[in-house]
Design a protein around this ligand. Sequence first.
Ligand code: FAD
Length: 298
Amino acid sequence: MLRKIYGDITVWPLCNTLSVGQGFDMVIEAGGIADRNWALCCNEFGGANHKIPGIMGGAMRSASPALEPALYGGLIVNRNGDRFMNEQFLSDRPLALGGEMALREGLYYAVLDQEMMDAVATVGIRGYYGNPEDWYVGSHGSVFYKNGENVVRADLPESVDAAVEQGWAAKGTLAECAAVFGMKNLEATVEAYNALCEAGQDTQYYKAPYLLHKLGGDTYYVFEYEPSIWSTFGGVKTDDYCRALAEDQSVIKGLYVAGVDNGSLYCSPYYENEGASLGIAYTSGIVAADCMIDFLNA
Ligand SMILES: Cc1cc2nc3c(=O)[nH]c(=O)nc-3n(C[C@H](O)[C@H](O)[C@H](O)COP(=O)(O)OP(=O)(O)OC[C@H]3O[C@@H](n4cnc5c(N)ncnc54)[C@H](O)[C@@H]3O)c2cc1C
């Protein structure tokens, strides 16, 4: 069902893989229509890639330290090697904005140089950027900063060889890395990105200056990621009482839709406040049940 909506991309479920949209299909079969918003709540702990053997669900979190650079706020490119987003949205707001942008590309790539790799393994990604107080995820409890200290990923460099072997990472000169993934524009993108870093101002996507750090040297690392998600949103069009609507906007008698398959409760991208999915799932269930009782008693 995701492929029908988003095209032929791989989206990793961190949830029940048995939920495949049957509830939605049933309502459509009964004469209901879809509302127009489809969104996903993307994950906030890194990228994913189906090339990692056995990768699945929540275990994705620990599948490889090399999944984490998706969130480092450094250069992210698409399959052409073009920059396409303010990378801070992936580090700071991955559930909605950052995730949505990654989703639109289907595949996205983090680009690191040796300096960045060494820094992450010794002083942490927060240390690499000079411990910016203004960086929310780098200054509050997060995967980068815990118990008042930078999180150091000494295991990241060790994980690169396996990722290269599995086919979702490249190590070498920039040209060699670009060739592995067939990116025509990577070298030009790094040059342009470095110019923004030198100017201290991201006039392309307006990332905060404290995350602008030039890339250089002879050795680069490029990691390929696919989006992964906690939850889908979108589906059946309903009225305020969670009653399914037909094409002429009339109510389909006795048919109620609650939870994330109700397409009229969500927007795209997903709202960003934590708990919005469960909150709407619970409360729409209560609204739908109250309305069903009224219907049965009428
Ligand atoms: C690991 C994880 C962490 C999350 N954390 C948060 C969080 O912190 N905050 C938040 O707001 N949201 C969170 N979410 C998202 C949230 O849990 C879901 O959006 C919410 O549970 C959706 O509720 P629902 O009732 O619409 O659907 P579901 O909970 O998916 O319920 C659908 C039910 O339908 C059943 N079903 C499917 N097909 C059929 C069929 N053919 N016949 C009969 N039954 C069927 C399924 O078995 C399931 O029980 C998280 C999700 C995951 C996976």
